[in-house]
Design a protein around this ligand. Structure first.
Ligand code: THU
Length: 131
């Protein structure tokens, strides 16, 4: 399936413009493509610093509402529109909804999430070890 990375990057940049980041002053935008819809998220910080939400977490919730289909591609950017790689926690959040095949935008070209989060813990591990 064709992925329009330019459109995805533009959607991430537009979402970045909605960020609430008065504490870090580091606005982030994220956008996903799932074959049905583009979904977006921005970081949403809090006066209680540790409660801040990353753009990818906000994206995950929005994408559930908008489509809920398996994630195919994700792009994340900073205030300049430069590509950002998701933080460790967000890689795990994205893994839940896209698995290792999910393509993550990267300055050197999109990479599968499995390369950014090798040997990830996931839903299959829970199914296997449950008593
Ligand atoms: N941030 C994200 O939104 N996504 C990431 O993958 C990395 C960091 C946000 C969290 C915080 O609001 C700001 O960037 C500075 O760390």
């Amino acid at each position: 399936m064709e992925i329009d990375w330019d459109e995805l990057r533009a959607a991430a940049y537009a979402a970045m413009g909605k960020a609430y980041a008065p504490y870090s002053r580091f606005p982030v935008g994220a956008a996903s493509w799932d074959g049905e819809a583009i979904s977006t998220g921005c970081n949403v910080e809090n006066a209680s610093y540790g409660l801040g939400l990353c753009a990818e977490c906000v994206l995950a919730g929005n994408q559930r509402i908008r489509s809920g289909a398996r994630l195919i591609a994700v792009s994340v950017c900073d205030s300049r529109g430069a590509i950002l790689l998701p933080c460790g926690r967000c890689r795990q959040v994205l893994y839940e909804f896209g698995g290792k095949e999910l393509l993550v935008d990267h300055p050197a070209g999109p990479v599968p999430l499995g390369e950014l989060l090798r040997d990830a813990f996931g839903p299959d591990d829970l199914a296997a070890g449950r008593t």
